[in-house]
Design a protein around this ligand. Structure first.
Ligand code: COA
Length: 416
């Protein structure tokens, strides 16, 4: 069966996490992704956070499935020639080097455009144009500069980063969307273009609701669904809201049976207005049904802490899964706090291909997250990440290099 991006060739000049997330998605949709790595060294993540000596780390393998790997010294004149050939043959170049690195290598947008006017050049950078555009950036820097850290955590604690890699993987997702849009536009114009996804901008996009709240706060001076209300005064910027949903449907994380010893014996509970009657009945607080203080979502806002504490007395009497079973019968929105161990073992995620077991020639079997985006006509088959330079000869052969030319490049360490 053909795949959504069959026939598209991606020159994958990415490393670490943000860029590889993007190109892995393109590979899962069927593009031929050729990862260009430094001769002898490869992507730094191959050797980072290793759990098995000499085996490519899970950090690398879990971000580079379905790709081919070639090694190339792109600062060597002969390596530059190979890169030029690749640029002519590929549809998209994706990179996330530090600002200016591609230019310093001699591959400015103008030069790439001259070599292949149809090529799309897609970049992740930490920041867009402005005071920080020259900075190197990693995940947590982006979370801090994009507004996530200042709005995450508890009111009485410091800013906090989240475990979701919204700076790296989040930006990779944004970049993939930009690439697909540019490919579609190319059908009409015949031209390539530059695609830029700055990490700060991507994080801010994901924190859009907090900029919404900033403006609400400036206009009204109060946000009644935030845990600060009604006891703590608001300052001039959006405060950290703990586990409050912060949206139109108040929610919180509540303890379940076993919370004293199990750090994940909790449930997320939402007091959706539409099912308020059911909530009162399920937890045995029928008197709230007739109490004007609890009659509407608006009148309940000053009492949210008491409401959640009361619901928690009920959730503490059962496990998170028992609570889920009961609440779901009444359409009450809720969700268990799942540990990574529980997620790894969840059969339904295995069945949908979201958790996949992959076999690797050096490390053996390991679990990975498969393609979270499901296309009915382009199903994803997750295949292992390539070994360093595994496809160098194959790709150079396809580009027209003879065995002798390849041997000469190897002798001169242009490839390894
Ligand atoms: N052959 C020869 N040289 C190569 C090469 C190859 N195949 N691939 C990369 N290089 C060179 C680059 O040209 C660069 O050289 P220069 O500094 O002389 O110009 C050098 O390797 C280092 O690249 P750089 O991107 O600066 O790597 P780094 O390890 O110092 O920095 C980051 C890593 C992630 C901080 C940086 O790349 C960055 O800020 N990227 C943009 C934001 C981003 O994606 N961050 C998230 C990463 S998950």
């Amino acid at each position: 069966m053909s795949k959504a991006l069959s026939g598209y060739r991606i020159l994958d000049f990415t490393h670490v996490q943000s860029g590889p997330t993007c190109t892995q998605l393109l590979a899962w949709f069927g593009a031929d992704v050729i990862k260009v790595e430094r001769a002898g060294e490869g992507d730094a993540t191959r050797g980072q956070l290793r759990d098995i000596p000499e085996a490519d780390s899970l950090y690398f393998t879990m971000l580079n499935h379905n790709k081919r790997s070639i090694t190339l010294d792109t600062k060597n004149p002969k390596g530059k020639q190979v890169l030029e050939t690749l640029i002519k043959e590929c549809d998209v170049l994706v990179e996330n080097f530090a600002p200016g690195a591609l230019d310093r290598m001699g591959f400015t947008w103008e030069r790439i455009n001259e070599l292949n006017p149809k090529m799309i050049v897609a970049s992740v950078k930490g920041f867009g144009p402005g005071p920080y555009e020259h900075c190197k950036v990693y995940e947590n820097v982006a979370q801090c500069a994009g507004g996530s850290a200042s709005t995450t955590g508890f009111d009485d604690g410091p800013p906090m980063v989240t475990g979701a890699q919204i700076g790296d993987s989040g930006t990779g997702l944004h970049l993939a969307l930009g690439i697909l849009a540019a490919l579609l536009q190319r059908h009409a114009t015949g031209r390539g273009q530059k695609v830029l996804a700055p990490m700060q901008d991507a994080v801010l996009n994901l924190c859009r609701v907090k900029l919404r709240d900033q403006q609400r706060l400036e206009r009204t001076g109060v946000m009644k669904e935030y845990p600060q209300y009604p006891d703590t005064p608001f300052g001039d910027s959006v405060p950290r809201a703990g586990n409050a949903s912060g949206g139109g449907q108040p929610g919180s994380i509540l303890k379940c049976k076993g919370w004293e010893t199990d750090p994940n014996a909790y449930i997320y509970f939402i007091t959706q207005g539409a099912v308020w009657d059911s909530i009162c009945k399920v937890i045995g607080k029928e008197e709230w049904l007739t109490d004007p203080e609890y009659a509407t979502p608006a009148t309940r806002l000053p009492h949210l802490k008491h409401i959640f504490a009361t619901v928690e007395e009920w959730t503490k009497t059962m496990t998170k899964f028992e609570a889920m079973d009961i609440l779901n019968k009444f359409d009450i929105p809720c969700g268990p706090i799942l540990s990574m161990k529980e997620i790894a073992e969840e059969p339904s995620l295995r069945e949908t291909g979201t958790i996949v077991e992959v076999d690797h020639p050096v490390r053996g079997k390991y679990l990975t997250v498969g393609n979270p985006i499901k296309l009915s006509d382009s199903p994803t088959d997750v295949t292992r990440s390539p070994l360093l330079g595994e496809h160098t000869e194959e790709v150079l052969g396809q580009l027209g290099y003879t065995a002798e030319q390849i041997a000469a490049l190897r002798a001169e360490r242009v490839i390894s």
